[in-house]
Ligand binder design. Structure first.
Ligand code: SAH
Length: 283
């Protein structure tokens, strides 16, 4: 990085011995916060996850050491305990440490656990939130996570538990009955049992669903389907993680709000996909 791109301001200093726990957003470097950029330019060591985009790491200062601490389902990866203790060790050796995680560090990101370990070891921390894939990734696909005509609540849920299995502790029936829109992280592997639970809980087979992979990156792909056909369509699509799965009628809004398709010159597919029968501005 040659010049400082931060706007004038009183940006906090990352001091030696501190760890900043920071979200890098879902992929597109433009979705990084200014606090994250400020951190990237000061850190001596950056401990980053698999889902942090390389273009973001390119903004580190040239002398920075980049340490990979990725955890991707199914692959051998660093143990959480080792990552947390590595952060402690780096801070205790007087480094300026940036712990950079995909999305938001506190959304299915174990940021809380890492922060707690650091505090328990007396390490000073700062938390920098990021745009979570379940919100920003859907927005890039043209899906509003809430919409007044669709949902008054949204549930973020993980498709894995600590053992990598479908979270059996989750009450899928309560989840499916409690919220009009579900946003599922890490759901690809166990989509068949998850979809079956939702159907068994009474959600209609015709309910719109979308799968957004590599959201906000140049590789972003979107599958639109329904709950009844989700498992088969997903298998046939060949799509691979990381993916956000959205279940709910808000997916229909993509027919109007697929801004990427419109930017390429396509017309909106349907400007009234919820069938309101009146202009959106009319209440
Ligand atoms: N802290 C992250 C989530 C970490 S869990 C956040 O707030 O976004 C990892 C899961 O997040 C992935 O399995 C996937 O479900 C989702 N995810 C993260 N980045 C994504 C992306 N660019 N596109 C689609 N899903 C993504």
């Amino acid at each position: 990085m040659t010049s400082n791109p931060l706007p004038k301001g009183d940006w906090p200093e990352l001091e030696p011995g501190w760890v900043w726990l920071c979200g890098a957003g879902p992929g597109d470097p433009g979705l990084l916060t200014l606090h994250a950029l400020n951190a990237l330019q000061q850190a001596d060591v950056i401990v980053y996850d698999a889902l942090v985009d390389q273009r973001i790491l390119d903004w580190a200062k040239s002398a920075a050491i980049l340490e990979y601490a990725g955890k991707r389902g199914g692959k051998p990866s660093a143990k959480q305990r080792d990552i947390s203790l590595r952060l402690v060790e780096l801070a205790q050796s007087g480094q300026r440490v940036l712990r950079l995680k995909g999305g938001d560090p506190f959304v299915f990101g174990r940021g809380g656990e890492e922060g707690q370990t650091l505090v328990q070891h007396g390490i000073p921390i700062r938390i920098i939130p990021g745009i979570s894939a379940g919100i920003g990734g859907l927005a890039y696909a043209g899906i509003p996570v809430t919409h007044r005509d669709v949902n008054q609540s949204v549930t973020f849920v993980t498709g894995h538990d600590q053992s990598g299995e479908t979270p059996s502790s989750l009450n899928w029936r309560a989840i499916s009955q409690g919220s009009q829109v579900l946003v599922i992280y890490m759901g690809m592997k166990h989509i068949a049992p998850i979809a079956a639970e939702l159907l068994a809980a009474g959600r209609p087979a015709s309910e719109p669903c979308a799968v957004v992979t590599n959201a906000t990156t140049p590789e972003q792909q979107v599958l639109e389907t329904t709950l009844g056909t989700l498992t088969d369509d997903l298998a046939a699509s060949g799509l691979t993680p990381p993916a956000i799965i959205c279940v709910g009628r808000s997916v229909l809004m993509r027919q109007t709000l697929d801004w990427m398709a419109m930017a390429k010159g396509e017309s909106p597919r349907n400007t009234d996909p919820l069938g309101r029968g009146r202009p959106a501005e009319a209440s």
